[in-house]
Ligand binder design. Structure first.
Ligand code: ADP
Ligand code: MG
Length: 368
């Protein structure tokens, strides 16, 4: 059980800086997910925390102790990678025990107890005598996690541990990892993924990374409902939030916004002194619905529909954005390509961003 404190943590490879001063507090026992596009620095940050890479600036504390110059082993950390790298000629039991047997003076009985405890936690007791090749991908990944558990780490690090599994196994193993965190109460876990569904479902708090810096930190629904900026707004949610160029017509207790080529919207958002300014209006696909109004807020031509079973995605060319507008409508909706439709959304569900892409927040939310 340990907290982590990162202060202005930087990492450069030669003259190329890939982490630009990360500040982050992670509470003891917390499940934190680092999420962001490929190449944004997630693995680098994890490897810096693990001690597999040197820090080139700033400080890293684990459990109140500066660990900048400590080896991975001294940091009390265990890491699980995307590829599980089990020894093929060793049984599950031996794979999990191997690291401990290398430590001088560890009694065999103690090693045995640790392996059995890890196997119990992960429910792989029936497979202890098998070789890795006789296991499914998900079971192998559990053995890799078991190997990490036997080391009694203060902090668990996972780097995209589910990427090599097929879709069904990914969901199953994801649920296993959530349960694991519950069972190992008090163990701090940091989990890296580029998959926003994993981030939303596993995290106590999500850290959204972009180009080597932190965009926003918060509980999953907090980030989903009140993204700080356009990057976070577009990154979380599938399909992505629709973004329309807009102009702020009048500011005050409420804000009157005119989306490019569209009808005026009054948003319940207080703004000061921004009248006449350029802005971006954000609308989540699930907040849009069909309307018969003669002059709909968002009207256009259907370019594609996708039926996913419980919802239908309708892509509409509204003539003002590069990408089609996407509406996520409940159930099965059949609309032929080329049909002209109108879409509407409640002003309360819309998000406003200033010209620089920073969120303009309703008062109540800003106070929270
Ligand atoms: N050993 C290295 N040497 C030089 N550049 C690296 C090295 N490792 C990673 N990078 C660069 O650092 C950036 C972040 O990489 P990485 O942390 O692997 O991203 P992510 O895990 O988010 O996909 C990338 O631009 C990558 O090319
Ligand atoms: Mg990576």
């Amino acid at each position: 059980m340990a907290n982590l404190k990162l202060a202005k943590v930087k990492k450069a490879y030669g003259s190329v800086e890939v982490l630009h001063g990360i500040d982050l507090d992670i509470r003891a026992g917390e499940f934190v997910v680092f999420v962001g596009p490929s190449g944004c620095g997630k693995s680098t940050l994890l490897r810096v925390i693990a001690g597999l890479e040197d820090i080139t600036g700033g400080t890293l504390e684990i459990g109140g102790r500066v660990v900048n110059s400590l080896t991975p082993k001294q940091r009390g950390i265990a890491m699980v990678f995307q590829s599980y790298a089990l020894y093929p000629h060793m049984t599950v039991y031996d794979n999990m025990a191997f690291g401990l047997t290398l430590e001088k003076g560890r009694p065999k009985s103690e090693i045995d107890a640790k392996v059995r405890e890890a196997a119990r936690i992960l429910q792989i007791e029936p497979y202890l005598d098998r070789l890795p090749k006789a296991l499914s991908g998900g079971q192998r990944q559990r053995v890799a996690i078991g190997r990490a558990i036997t080391r009694d780490p203060q902090v668990f690090l996972f780097d995209e541990p589910l990427s090599n599994l097929d879709a069904a196994l990914r969901v199953q193993t994801r649920i296993e990892i959530a349960r694991l965190h519950e069972r190992m109460e008090g163990t701090t876990m940091i989990y890296v993924t580029h998959d926003q569904v994993e981030a939303m479902t596993l995290a106590d708090r999500i850290v959204v990374l972009n180009k080597g810096h932190v965009e926003q930190v918060g509980a999953p629904m907090e980030l989903y409902n009140s993204p700080d900026n356009l990057f976070v707004a577009k990154f979380l949610g599938s399909p992505s939030m629709n973004i329309l160029p807009a102009r702020i017509e009048s500011a005050g207790a409420t804000t009157r916004v005119v989306p490019e080529g569209g009808s005026t919207v009054d948003l319940p958002i207080a703004t000061v002194g921004t009248a006449g300014g350029a802005a971006h209006l954000g609308i989540r696909p699930e907040d849009l619905s069909l309307t018969d109004e003669a002059n709909p807020p968002f009207g256009g031509t259907v370019v594609l529909t996708e039926s996913l079973g419980e919802v239908t995605l309708v892509y509409v060319d509204i003539g003002r954005t590069d990408e089609p507008f996407v509406a996520k409508l409940p159930g099965e909706v059949s609309i032929a390509r080329g049909t002209k439709i109108g879409l509407t959304a409640r002003p309360q569900s819309m998000r406003l961003f200033d010209e620089a892409g920073q969120a303009v927040r309703p008062r109540s939310r800003r106070a929270a």
